[in-house]
Structures are given as structure tokens and as C-alpha cells.
Write a protein that binds this ligand. Structure first.
Ligand code: SF4
Length: 67
């Protein structure tokens, strides 16, 4: 399974991901979290959007991990 991970220690809460992509939300600490972290659940358009947002994160906190 490919998982979408937001590294809590790296995220600076800039808001880019959760203001531009519905998959992401802001948690109580002001940081980003993925509402669903199974990339394989997403349709192709959403996968593309997530990969764009991942590339746009200013600190590289969004990662795709395979397990
Ligand atoms: S774009 Fe990156 S730094 Fe900004 S809120 Fe999202 S995960 Fe955090």
C-alpha cells in the first residue's frame, strides 16, 4: 500500500496543502494531516493533485511511503 504521510516534525503549518487540496486538513496543533492516507483509494485526478501538493510543500514534509 502507498501511504501519504505528513511529517509532523517538519510541517511548519504554512497552509498550502490544506488550503489547496481537500485531502488535507489542519490539526489542533496547526499542522497538516491527511484525512485518508491510502493513496490507492484515490482516483487518478486526486493522485495527481496530491503529488503536485507534495512537490509544492516548502519543507518537503509530505511523503509517499510504500509498505
Ligand atoms: S504544505 Fe507542507 S509545511 Fe505547509 S502545511 Fe502542508 S505539510 Fe505543512
Amino acid at each position: 500500500m502507498k501511504k501519504i504521510i505528513v511529517d509532523d516534525d517538519m510541517c511548519i503549518g504554512c497552509g498550502y496543502c490544506f488550503s489547496s487540496c481537500d485531502l488535507f486538513d489542519q490539526n489542533d496543533d496547526g499542522k497538516a494531516e491527511a484525512k485518508d492516507n491510502n493513496l490507492e483509494n484515490m482516483d487518478e485526478a486526486m493522485k495527481e493533485e496530491i503529488l503536485d501538493v507534495k512537490d509544492g510543500c516548502p519543507v518537503g514534509a509530505i511523503k509517499i511511503e510504500e509498505n
